[in-house]
Design a protein around this ligand. Structure first.
Ligand SMILES: *[C@@H]1O[C@H](CO)[C@@H](O)[C@H](O)[C@H]1NC(C)=O
Ligand SMILES: *[C@@H]1O[C@H](CO)[C@@H](O)[C@H](O)[C@H]1NC(C)=O
Ligand SMILES: *[C@@H]1O[C@H](CO)[C@@H](O)[C@H](O)[C@H]1NC(C)=O
Ligand SMILES: *[C@@H]1O[C@H](CO)[C@@H](O)[C@H](O)[C@H]1NC(C)=O
Ligand SMILES: *[C@@H]1O[C@H](CO)[C@@H](O)[C@H](O)[C@H]1NC(C)=O
Ligand SMILES: *[C@@H]1O[C@H](CO)[C@@H](O)[C@H](O)[C@H]1NC(C)=O
Length: 451
């Protein structure tokens, strides 16, 4: 019953009401209790956007969301039987980064709590094959504390990496977003994710993606086709219908690479393209990297599926496109000519409106010393219709051979007065776009002036 769709639930209620008239008192009570329980289960499903705002960043805006640190603590406090984590790498302590940063405290707290939980309930971790020995410390601690860890050798499997970042708690609550299991992701890097509480159906579906990684960690080869237990009913054409915060919603999870998608699963690229196709007035994108190439392939490969779609909808449907891209010490210079090319598709007279801005997280001398920090690592898109919250950088590799996943929330049918996820995500985008940390990219912009 819990996993049936909301629409189906409505019909069941009508049938139950019809039956009620016909049956005796005790049966009536029983049926009423079932109806109330079903209602309670649905009305307790909550979705909360969560963010990491790097130390020192300040916005002139009332748009704020609970921290990812707080969300992870809440999820650990809720956990009664199981916690499954899909992860790229683990560096939750100062030891891993060879720093002495007080702001590593949050990450260190998360690791300590996870180690405690590992002795009490089932904690499973799927992780990309560690590339550096410094990335093994946390995993060793968790392993010694009783967690089950499987290393997924993506390099061998697809020549990509396991880049996914999500949690499934008690097969009931989920977290998905851009934050890595890295102390910097809590206090020194800008991140965005979503937590959904009390949602067994979606947790079961994300659980299937986790089970695929878990399976690959053992088998080290990709089944084709995937066994039926990995397949799903929920995708872009037949999303899961349920109320989130009592608001009618259509939701599904997409996954990459395509070879990891069992029957029914929408590949992440199809999800991105269809969300763009569905937009009627605007598409706002906030991602760290944007490249119409397979950035890690040799020989070089051009890959313009997303780029072409943006130009197409901007031209054919007069969609207003905004890209908020990150600029930091590790940004590849080759990104800029491609972004300038996109930004050149701008001409009010022809109703062409693509604009690009660069987001820079400033750093003081102390913060500058922290390796791989002080960057906007968000990976989401919001249109006039839906919210898309992902875990991938936007270049070909992440959709073709790297493992990632995304949550798509569609509340266009909602008649509720509560804010939608789409409106909350748009407010986050507007806040960042119009902040002092973002600068328009023009044809004359010189990378050296920014980052
Ligand atoms: C989940 O639902 C139960 C009632 O069904 C409620 O007591 C609990 O607070 C909810 N949990 C969260 C985290 O919202
Ligand atoms: C976990 O510990 C066991 C021994 O207790 C060892 O065999 C295994 O390789 C360890 N796994 C990881 C991922 O460190
Ligand atoms: C959102 O839902 C509406 C109505 O249910 C549907 O027409 C539309 O295609 C959906 N959009 C996406 C991107 O799934
Ligand atoms: C995203 O892209 C950057 C730059 O190419 C890369 O270093 C990183 O591993 C990728 N993944 C993450 C952590 O987002
Ligand atoms: C859903 O409810 C939670 C807690 O009640 C709130 O923090 C969150 O902002 C709400 N989400 C939306 C999309 O309204
Ligand atoms: C906030 O507003 C002040 C005054 O208008 C401005 O100087 C500052 O740059 C703004 N900060 C951000 C982060 O937008």
């Amino acid at each position: 019953l819990i996993c049936s769709s909301a629409a189906c639930c409505k019909y069941m209620l009508i049938i139950l009401c019809a039956v009620l008239v016909e049956v005796d008192k005790r049966a009536q009570m029983f049926i009423i209790i079932i109806i109330i329980r079903t209602f309670r289960v649905f009305s307790s499903v909550r979705i909360v956007l969560v963010e990491s705002i790097p130390e020192g960043l300040e916005f002139n805006s009332s748009t704020t969301h609970p921290s990812i640190f707080q969300a992870w603590l809440n999820l650990m406090a809720e956990a009664r039987s199981s916690l499954d984590i899909a992860s790229f790498y683990w560096t939750l302590t100062n030891k891993d980064t060879e720093t002495h940063e007080p702001t590593a405290y949050q990450g260190e707290t998360v690791l300590k709590e996870l180690a405690e939980l590992s002795g009490k309930l089932s904690v499973r971790i799927a992780v990309n094959k560690p590339q550096m020995s410094s990335q093994k410390n946390d995993l060793k601690l968790l392993n010694d504390s009783g967690a089950d860890i499987r290393v997924v050798n993506m390099k061998e499997l697809t020549s990509g990496v396991l880049h996914t970042k999500f949690w499934v708690v008690d097969k009931k609550h989920i977290y998905i977003g851009s934050a890595n299991m890295d102390w910097r992701s809590l206090t020194q890097v800008k991140e965005l994710g979503a937590v959904i509480y009390n949602c067994s159906c979606l947790a079961a579906d994300l659980g299937k993606i986790f089970e695929a990684y878990w399976f690959l960690g053992e088998s080290q080869s990709i089944p084709s086709p995937w066994p039926a237990t990995f397949s799903t009913l929920y995708n872009k054409d037949t999303p899961l219908q349920l109320p989130l915060n009592n608001t009618r919603s259509n939701v599904y999870l997409s996954s990459s690479p395509p070879s990891f998608c069992a029957a029914g699963r929408t590949p992440d690229l199809q999800s991105v393209l269809s969300v763009m196709d569905d937009a009627e007035s605007f598409i706002y994108i906030a991602v760290m990297n944007y490249l119409p190439t397979m950035e890690f392939s040799h020989p070089k490969r051009y890959w313009a599926d997303i780029d072409t779609q943006l130009r197409r909808v901007a031209y054919e449907k007069r969609i207003k496109v905004r890209l908020l891209i990150s600029c930091w010490a590790s940004t590849q210079p080759v990104m800029f000519p491609f972004l300038k090319s996109l930004a050149s598709v701008y001409d009010p007279e022809s109703k062409l409106d693509i604009q690009v801005r660069l987001f820079v997280v400033p750093a003081n001398p102390r913060q500058k010393k922290i390796p791989y920090a002080r960057v906007n690592h968000n990976k989401y898109m919001v249109t006039d219709k839906v919210a898309y919250i992902g875990t991938s950088n936007w270049s070909g590799d992440y959709f073709v051979n790297t493992a990632g996943s995304a949550l798509v929330v569609n509340q266009t049918d909602s008649q509720s007065l509560e804010p939608t996820v789409q409106s909350q995500l748009k407010a986050v985008f507007d806040r960042d776009w119009s902040s002092a940390y973002s600068t328009p990219l023009t044809q004359h912009s010189d990378l050296k002036d920014f980052c």
